[in-house]
Ligand binder design. Sequence first.
Ligand SMILES: [Fe+2]
Ligand SMILES: [Fe+2]
Length: 224
Amino acid sequence: MADYQALSPEDIFKNPEVRCYIESGNNCLGSIGFTEHGLAHAKRSSHYAQRILESLGYPARTCELAAIAGYMHDIGNTVNRADHAHSGALMAFTLLNKLQMPPEEIAMVCSAIGHHDEKTAYPVNPLAAALILSDKSDVRRTRVRKDAVLAADIHDRVNYAVEDMRLEIDPEQKVCTFNIVIDTEICPVMEYFEIFLERMVLCRKAARTLGLQFELIINNTRLL
Ligand SMILES: [Fe+2]
Ligand SMILES: [Fe+2]
């Protein structure tokens, strides 16, 4: 009988190997000119994924596993941006298996990581749904790299234009609201939709998995 360990999110946050792969993935994307996918994005995704499930009354351990999946979800960028959800899930499997996490928990974390990226994403379990919502709602100016040329990249423009962003869950009304304020001088709302429509459709699917209706509010106007 294997000697399994109960790993807390803090155990994973302070693990130097996990940290190394988050940073190396972010460095690869930095070289290509992509937005920030490093520790700030990992911690935010982790925090929000956990908070979403907590606010809906999921068991404490499920919420902790969401925090772990959220923190580790982009390590696959170390291998390649393409299919990073799948390579990341396999890397997470190796790391968590070595740390002796029970297989049922590894399976949930790896499924969430492996189903978070647009093209192949699906809210296959509550962790995956919470991760999709937390990951896709991380749009903020600080994700734009210092040397970015705004005129050249729509992702940079959209992220740079975001002045305020809030993801709110109303457990009573069963609503998940993504409320953002964007500077339309930098990026027209249309540009936001050009790259985020697919993500917002995915968020709606994820919200539904958690029994919630998804609402998108941009500059005080309800769009979804
Ligand atoms: Fe990702
Ligand atoms: Fe991400």
